[in-house]
Design a protein around this ligand. Structure first.
Ligand code: PLP
Length: 359
């Protein structure tokens, strides 16, 4: 059986699949929704657009159980919290962490407390946290402030913090790098990824390094991290006090995993770059209308960044862009940003409809 079949058939969830690479033991109660094992999809139109001999793939992590890569980290964080006897978890969230924390906490029979920046969480994400039964506190302040508060709360009270400062989160998330290598047979030349709190880029780098050391890959990818221009602390190398972007999942001005991300960039000879909201939306529409893949705006930053770096792409290279979250998370953004032809208020008869459709 080849590795690709191994990944897709009877997928047991990422902890089971990569147990020997993760800090779990026989005693760890695995809380899983069969996350991971997401598809690597070839992007034909975008490869053509770049106009070189390149293979571009999307790692579509929006197909995880709650619709984002956060599930990879959360299955680990919640399983370990359960092992340690914890009864409640807390997180600050731009939305996806809260959806994942709530789902896995409930599956593990724990309470989930969620702090969100009031008015800056996409509808789909809020809907998830509500229906999973999280206890939600919307604060007057941004994500960075919410994170300071939950860090303090987890020190003072018997609640486990499940933001990406929790080391188990990154352990779970590194498995996406394993899956990419297992699928391609080697590491890609570039990995393009959006950065918010910069946990995911750090986790991918950890995964790529571990597989490289174990000789499961012959090379390491350049880590290409992208941020939104109004929220680009890692590109500008300074804290942004009032980050602003349409890509709310990466609207973070003071990333907690900053040092790790910088190390990944230096060691991989990668680069960080910012993309404007307009470029993000262009890439977002392109992915949906040309490739049939609907991701959320933050995820499209990886494609926007790749297109911006077009000139530097080496011939014959293999590039993976991480699509971190599902487009259904943010329906408002989709409804406001599309070029659909939408005829409304039409009589329900074929003759009239056929005329409108040009037949
Ligand atoms: C959390 C998130 C990010 C940013 O990931 P970090 O680990 O915080 O850098 C990007 N896209 C989506 C959809 C997210 O949910």
């Amino acid at each position: 059986m080849n590795q690709t079949e191994n990944i897709n058939a009877n997928w047991p969830g990422l902890i089971e699949a990569y147990k020997s690479w993760l800090p779990v033991s026989e005693k760890t109660p695995i809380v899983s929704l069969k996350e991971g094992g997401t598809p690597l999809i070839k992007l034909h139109s975008i490869s053509t657009l770049i106009g070189k001999d390149v293979s571009i793939y999307a790692k579509y992590d929006g197909l995880n159980p709650t619709g984002s890569f956060k599930d990879r980290g959360m299955t680990m964080a919640i399983s370990k919290a359960k092992e340690e006897g914890c009864e409640a978890v807390i997180c600050a969230s731009t939305g996806n962490t809260s959806a994942a924390a709530a789902a896995y906490a409930k599956r593990g029979k724990m309470r989930a407390f969620v702090l969100i920046p009031d008015g800056y969480v996409a509808q789909g994400k809020l809907a998830q946290a509500l229906v999973y039964g999280a206890e939600i506190v919307a604060i007057k302040g941004n994500f960075d402030r919410a994170l300071e508060i939950v860090q303090e709360a987890s020190k003072k009270y018997p609640i486990t913090l499940v933001n990406s400062v929790n080391p188990y989160r990154l352990e779970g998330q590194k498995t996406a790098a394993f899956e990419i290598i297992d699928c391609l047979g080697d590491a890609p030349d570039w990995l393009c990824i959006p950065m918010g709190n910069a946990g995911n880029i750090s986790a991918y780098w950890m995964g790529f390094e571990q597989y490289y050391v174990a000789q499961k890959a012959t090379k390491l990818p350049r880590m290409m991290g992208f941020q939104a221009s109004g929220s680009a602390p890692l590109v500008l190398n300074k804290t942004i006090n009032n980050p602003e972007t349409i890509a709310t999942a990466i609207r973070i001005g003071n990333p907690v995993n900053k040092e790790k991300a910088i190390q990944a960039r230096i060691k991989s000879k990668g680069t960080f770059l910012d993309v404007t909201d307009e470029e993000i939306i262009e890439a977002y529409k392109l992915l949906a209308s040309e490739e049939g893949i609907f991701c959320e705006p933050a995820s499209a930053a990886s494609i926007a960044g790749l297109l911006k770096r077009k000139q530097e792409i080496p011939n014959n290279s293999v590039i993976v862009c991480v699509l971190t979250g599902n487009g259904l998370k943010d329906p408002d953004c989709a409804i406001k940003n599309n070029e659909a032809i939408f005829h409304s208020n039409i009589e329900g008869n074929l003759k009239e409809i056929a005329t409108i459709l040009g037949f």
